[in-house]
Design a protein around this ligand. Structure first.
Ligand code: HEM
Length: 179
């Protein structure tokens, strides 16, 4: 936030409204997505008796159970893309969660396999709006999981994890564990 307040380009600074909305964006985008990924990943790993988290494990966890399944795009001019005709005002739903389970780039997509090769998953979106926090999220997840398993080497599920019935975020309401 200090850097945002100090930021200046060509003599222009962010207005108070811009500062506040950017902070809200960073809190929502940057906090909740990572929190849910953390829960989803702990669930995925404990269900398989895995108690380690290297980069490959984190990457596969993000593909396997991402916190955001769908983002919208709005068509601003009539166009045809990939054989589909769109009209101005149409909404396009980008199903990131489904794309991550596409069997063509990810053979046997419903299997959790940290050793899989293939393209990078699309959990962080793509193109001009690609997640600005992706490197931070990957780092946070790896560090947090490594500390968690170091401190709780016997961590185990104590019940069936419950997903929340929410529209936007795909994450757990409850994840009961024993240490
Ligand atoms: C596992 C964690 C995360 C996931 C899965 C995730 C996912 C995404 C996705 C799918 C988008 C693209 C939205 C779109 O195409 O409309 C996005 C955008 C964004 N993310 Fe993340 N995100 C995560 C963590 C973070 C963190 C830690 C930050 C910041 C500290 C962050 C900040 C943002 C911002 C500012 C955008 C908007 C970028 C733009 O529109 O140019 N995200 N994120």
């Amino acid at each position: 936030m200090s850097h945002l307040i100090a930021a200046e380009e060509g003599g222009e600074k962010l207005s108070t409204d811009e500062l506040i909305t950017t902070c809200i964006l960073l809190l929502n985008a940057g906090h909740e997505a990572t929190v849910h990924t953390m829960g989803n990943t702990v669930k995925t790993l404990l269900e398989r008796g895995i108690h380690t988290a290297d980069e490959k494990t984190v990457e596969e966890a993000i593909r396997f159970d991402p916190p955001l399944h769908m983002f919208d795009r709005y068509v601003i001019e009539d166009c045809t893309l990939f054989g589909h005709a769109f009209k101005r005002g149409d909404t396009v739903k980008c199903l990131l969660g489904a794309a991550n389970r596409d069997p063509v780039p990810y053979p046997d997509p419903n299997t959790f396999d940290p050793d899989r090769t293939g393209p990078v998953n699309v959990a962080f979106g793509g193109g001009i709006h690609f997640c600005v926090g992706a490197p931070l999220a990957r780092l946070e997840l790896r560090v947090a999981l490594q500390v968690l398993f170091a401190r709780c080497p016997n961590l185990a599920l104590a019940g069936t994890p419950q997903y929340g019935n929410t529209y936007h975020f795909h994450g757990l309401d409850a994840l009961r564990v024993t240490t």
